[in-house]
Design a protein around this ligand. Structure first.
Ligand code: DNO
Length: 404
């Protein structure tokens, strides 16, 4: 497996040499400054490649831009509104440009309006580490009382509605503002953040767009871009919904194994693939992750390894992010399944037998706690995660490991 690291570009507090010292073999990055829907020019792509290839002292870093995360899909494309055809043409051309520059793996998502979403960006664990948390009662308090979305209350069980009313009644306006900020700020890598009014406008644009309609729009998106990707030698890979259920009445269509099966069958091409994110999918107890790797593995082009601790049961449950080897997902079993997939690819002579993965998110620990870090992306916490994951891979692939 190829060890990669997400780098937000020259503004990132993690330097190129930090990544080298972390021992990564490739970089995951995006051109966040280019507005969603616009074209990525060869110049812009090459400039980022140059940055990644240059060590802090000006010499060669030995690193390359391995995966694009993300080439974002515009809201217009998701809704098929306004200039969506122009955005598709830009998307197709951006894929050709990336291929021309040698970047072959491109992650995207199809979540309307909100990308990944949490209610607390700095939740303290008993040992003083901090992590990100999604609390369904806080989210319902935001939805029903802060955003005041019509019909919001009908989306939650009565018990949650009443807890949310109680919790909201004990929030002062600063706490309510902080909660709103956490939900709508646009977390790292998300296309954008919104004010409450902007969010209301965006939600209104999805009135009448059902999950079926969104899925059809995604299918048409794939029909238009996958042939271009395939011809250029690019592998697209869709990131799952995070969390993997509908939020704020918006449709979400990438939450389960069945969703992925429909995606894969929509356009039968190796270029139409999956980003397996164990943290996002692992929130649902009905997602069997090692099994999904076994069943859908030949289309997995990129992997996010992360773990979560469920705090309640049922649909739309509360959870917080945990250390990479603790939590709901059996990381050893997932990695073993990925290694088996890599072996199948080697046996089949596939050129993409080394699957890129990154330690996704990390707890804020040690010096992370003294610094301004990007929510979810602290250096030391991710380094701890990478080290643990690397240990598993090393052990499972060691010649003296005894396989049952
Ligand atoms: C969060 C990330 C997501 C991801 C996009 C992919 O940490 O995993 O923001 O980058 O959803 O398009």
């Amino acid at each position: 497996m190829k060890q990669t690291w997400r780098w937000f570009g020259p503004e990132d507090s993690v330097s190129i040499n930090d990544m080298r010292q972390a021992g990564v073999q490739g970089v995951v990055s995006s051109l966040h400054h280019i507005p969603t829907g616009d074209l990525w020019s060869v110049n812009e792509i090459e400039e980022r490649q140059q940055c990644i290839a240059t060590a802090t002292n000006g010499g060669h870093s030995g690193l390359t831009w391995e995966v694009v995360e993300s080439l974002p899909v515009s809201e217009h494309i998701k809704r098929q509104s306004g200039p969506w055809r122009e955005h598709i043409a830009h998307y197709q051309q951006s894929l050709r440009h990336l291929a021309h520059c040698g970047v072959q793996v491109v992650c995207y998502n199809f979540m309307p309006v909100l990308d990944w979403t949490r209610t607390n960006l700095s939740y303290e664990l008993p040992d003083g580490a901090r992590c990100m948390r999604y609390d369904v009662v806080d989210f319902a308090a935001f939805d029903i009382h802060v955003l005041q979305r019509a019909l919001a209350a009908s989306d939650y069980p009565e018990e949650i509605v009443s807890h949310a009313a109680d919790r909201f009644s004990r929030m002062d306006s600063a706490a309510a503002d902080a909660l709103a900020q956490n939900v709508v700020c646009g977390l790292p890598g998300a296309a954008q953040g919104y004010s409450l009014d902007q969010l209301r406008e965006q939600l209104a644009l999805y009135d009448g767009i059902s999950a079926d309609r969104l899925r059809r729009n995604q299918q048409e998106f794939l029909e238009l871009v996958i042939p271009v990707a395939e011809a250029a030698g690019v592998r697209l890979c869709c990131h799952p919904d995070d969390p993997p259920f509908s939020l704020l009445g918006l449709p979400r269509v990438m939450s389960t194994e069945e969703d992925y099966r429909l995606l894969i069958n929509a356009v039968d091409s190796p270029a139409n693939g999956i980003t397996l994110c164990t943290g996002s999918l692992g929130v649902r107890a009905d997602n069997d992750l090692p099994g999904m790797v076994g069943r859908l593995g030949n289309r997995i082009h990129f992997v996010h390894l992360r773990n979560i601790q469920r705090e309640s049961a049922g649909y739309r449950l509360s959870f917080h992010e945990s250390a990479h080897l603790e939590g709901a997902t059996d990381m050893v079993a997932v990695i073993a399944a990925l290694l088996a997939e890599e072996q199948r690819r080697k046996d089949a002579g596939r050129a993409d037998s080394a699957i890129p993965f990154r330690p996704d998110h990390g707890l804020e620990i040690l010096t992370d706690l003294e610094q301004e870090t990007q929510p979810g992306y602290p250096a030391i916490g991710r380094l701890r995660g990478l080290a643990e994951l690397r240990g598993i891979i090393t052990a499972l692939t060691h010649s003296r490991t005894v396989h049952a």
